[in-house]
Design a binder for this molecule. Structure first.
Ligand code: HH2
Length: 271
C-alpha cells in the first residue's frame, strides 16, 4: 500500500458519482449538460463526498462504447472546472487512456478503470501522472457481460484476476491502488450478494477495497423495483454491509443518505 493513499481516511470514504452521460442506468441524461453536472458535483461535495468520480460513458449492461472524442467532449468541461477548485480528489471513470491522460493533465488524481488497467497504455499514463488507480473486475464487456455469467468459484476467480493485475500495475509504477470486485459487471444477482457477504476475503490482497453496489439491479431484484431511483434503502443496506466487511471506499449516487448510514457503520466498526 502507498504511504499515503487517496483511498484511506479516518472514516469510510464516499466516492460520489457524476455521470455526464445521456444513458447511465440510474441517472442517464440528468447531468448530461456540463452546467448541471457541475451543480450536481458541488451538491455531492456539500453532502459529504470525499472523492468525485466523473464518467462520460455508461457501462450499463448492453451499452455501446462511445468514441474518445465524444467522451472527452462530455467530461473535459466538468473536470477542468472542478479540478482546481472543488477541494476533493477527482477520479475519472474511463477505460480509454486518451481520456484518462487528458483528465489527469487537467488535475484529476485517480483513474477508475472498469477494465482493470489491462491496456498497457492505461498503465503507462496512470504511472506517468503518479495517479492513484481503481482496478475493477469485469467479466466480458458491458455489451456482453450479463449473458449468463458462470463461475466455478466466483470469489477465487475474481481474486485471481485482481491478484494478477495489482502487481502488473505496481510493476508499471502505479503506487496507490484500490481493488474492486465489480458488482454487476458479469455477475448475477446471486453473485453480487455473495461478493458482499464475502467482501472481507479481498483484504488478503493488501489493497484498500472499493465497492459500488449503489442502485444496481440486484437490489431491485428482491422487491421488484424496476426504477433505479427507488433502490435507496437497498443501496444503504449494501453500503453498510460493505463497510462492516472492510470496504475502505463506497461508490454511491445518494451521498447525503449514505454519509448518515456510514456514520453508524463506522462508529460500530471503531467501537
Ligand atoms: N459501477 C459503475 C460504473 N463504474 N466503477 C467502479 N470502480 N465500480 C463500480 O461498481 C462501478 C464503476 C456503474 O454505475 P453508474 O456509473 O451509475 O452507471 P453507468 O455505468 O450506467 O453510467
Amino acid at each position: 500500500m502507498a504511504d499515503s493513499s487517496l483511498f484511506l481516511g479516518a472514516h469510510t470514504l464516499i466516492m460520489g458519482i457524476v455521470n455526464v452521460t445521456p444513458d447511465s442506468f440510474s441517472d442517464g441524461g440528468r447531468y448530461f449538460d456540463a452546467g448541471l453536472a457541475l451543480a450536481h458535483a458541488r451538491k455531492l461535495i456539500d453532502d459529504g463526498a470525499d472523492i468525485l468520480d466523473i464518467g462520460g460513458e455508461s457501462s450499463r449492461p448492453g451499452s455501446d462504447a462511445v468514441s474518445v472524442e465524444e467522451e472527452l467532449r462530455r467530461v473535459v468541461p466538468v473536470v477542468r472546472v472542478l479540478a482546481g477548485s472543488c477541494g476533493v480528489p477527482l477520479s475519472i471513470d474511463t477505460t480509454k487512456p486518451e481520456v484518462a491522460g487528458e483528465c489527469l493533465r487537467l488535475g484529476a488524481r485517480i483513474v477508475n478503470d472498469i477494465a482493470g488497467l489491462r491496456d498497457p497504455a492505461m498503465l503507462r499514463i496512470t504511472a506517468r501522472y503518479n495517479a492513484s488507480a481503481v482496478i475493477m473486475h469485469m467479466r466480458g464487456t458491458p455489451k456482453t457481460m450479463q449473458s449468463e455469467p458462470v463461475y466455478d468459484d466466483l470469489i477465487a476467480e475474481v481474486k485471481a484476476f485482481l491478484a494478477e493485475r495489482v502487481p502488473a500495475a505496481k510493476q508499471a509504477g502505479v503506487r496507490d491502488i484500490a481493488i474492486d470486485p465489480g458488482i454487476g459487471f458479469g455477475k448475477t444477482a446471486a453473485h453480487n450478494f455473495e461478493i458482499l457477504r464475502r467482501l472481507d476475503e479481498f483484504q488478503s490482497l493488501g489493497c484498500p477495497v472499493l465497492v459500488g453496489p449503489s442502485r444496481k439491479s440486484f437490489l431491485g431484484s428482491l422487491q421488484g423495483q424496476q426504477d433505479a431511483g427507488e433502490r435507496l434503502e437497498g443501496s444503504l443496506a449494501a453500503a453498510v454491509i460493505a463497510v462492516m466487511k472492510g470496504a475502505a471506499v463506497v461508490r454511491v449516487h445518494d451521498v447525503a443518505a449514505c454519509r448518515r448510514a456510514l456514520q453508524v457503520a463506522d462508529a460500530v466498526r471503531q467501537s
